[in-house]
Design a protein around this ligand. Structure first.
Ligand code: SAM
Length: 326
């Protein structure tokens, strides 16, 4: 079967699959008022998730990231991991989580086939963590990271959304944290979403600020692998962990795009910031539709644009990243 490729020669081996929009945290840059359930939304069933993964695996997807909302809120999260891990062609099953369920579950999820974990942790300072996330369970998240390290995941990463006036000055604390821990910390530039410009203008700061500090302190940039995410990674011989920078506003950010997204209601998003998703759900109800599903993926890939239009302030339909598996 031909692998997915777009008009610009980019290949897509990485799928970010959202399995729920629901989240129990209230991160101020994402869901400041908390998750509001919309009566109509029915998230993908495990069978539908299986069909999405099988179709993508047929056309060259090797890595699946299970995301949300908060994916671990799903009662059948274990089944989703197993399904992804047992799909021929898939060699990496990752998840992005706020980490609150990790302490009790990290070992079991590892045994079921989860191999990489990204935990969101916007500050090591307890008060600031509470202020940014609207949640007081920082200790659970920290314990969860230790549990993941103990359970021998291939990679444990921490996602930090870089926020001017809040955590942007806390690089020294994060560096100290990874001196003796094999954890990668990834600073993600704040992206403008449908939440509006005010928060963005106040808190957005370029990842270049961190890059300059790293280079000045002897950190060096690592080469990029074919299924790597969008981060520029940096290492230093005195530190066990690495630092990654995700800078969607940087020149050429989209040139290395290798990922597609499917939302929790079964829409294909060719870019995080497209105007609308492409319906897949009509082809997810039955195994007989797999060939048609694959054909639709190939056809849609031809529509993928060269770059996002964030610089023009066009944030697409993305009201917040929880609705599309950020
Ligand atoms: N609930 C999970 C979590 O907390 O990691 C997964 C979903 S969350 C939407 C995925 C990632 O997107 C998190 O690391 C979060 O910090 C990041 N994110 C959300 N909104 C963002 C924004 N406006 N700009 C940059 N990153 C954002």
């Amino acid at each position: 079967m031909t692998e997915l490729q777009d008009r610009y020669g980019r290949e897509f081996h990485y799928l970010r699959l959202s399995i729920t929009d629901a989240c129990n945290f209230k991160c101020q840059y994402c869901l400041p008022d908390g998750y509001q359930r919309s009566g109509k939304s029915r998230f993908l069933s495990v069978d539908e998730v299986g069909r999405v993964i099988r179709a993508f695996a047929t056309v060259g997807t090797r890595k699946i990231r299970i995301t949300g909302g908060e994916p671990t809120l799903r009662k059948d999260f274990d089944q989703v991991i197993e399904l992804a891990a047992n799909t021929p062609g898939i060699d990496t099953v990752a998840t992005t989580t706020n980490g609150y369920r990790l302490p009790e579950n990290a070992h079991r999820w590892r045994q079921l086939g989860l191999s990489q974990i990204n935990v969101s942790l916007d500050s090591l300072d307890e008060k600031l963590f509470r202020q940014i996330t609207g949640d007081g369970r920082q200790q659970k998240v920290l314990d969860g990271i230790e549990a993941a390290l103990d359970a021998d995941y291939h990679k444990v990463k921490i996602n930090v959304v870089l926020l001017n006036e809040l955590n942007a000055h806390q690089l020294p604390n994060f560096l100290e944290y990874i001196r003796h821990r094999p954890v990668d910390i990834r600073f993600i530039e704040l992206m403008e979403t449908g939440l509006g410009q005010e928060y963005f203008q106040r808190h957005h700061v370029s990842g270049m600020v961190i890059k300059q500090q790293l280079l000045a302190q002897g950190w060096t940039e690592d080469p990029r692998g074919p299924v790597d995410g969008p981060a520029q990674n940096f290492s230093h011989p005195d530190y066990q962990g690495r630092i990654g920078l995700i800078m969607p506003y940087a020149k050429d950010f989209c040139a290395t795009c290798n990922r597609l997204r499917v939302s929790a209601i079964g829409k294909l998003h060719l870019c995080l910031f497209t105007e609308c998703g492409v319906e897949l759900r009509d082809l997810l109800g039955h195994d007989d539709h797999q060939a048609a599903l694959v054909a639709r993926l190939h056809q849609q890939l031809k529509q993928k644009t060269e770059t996002h239009q964030l610089h023009q302030g066009l944030t697409g339909v993305t009201q917040h990243l929880a609705s599309i598996g950020g």
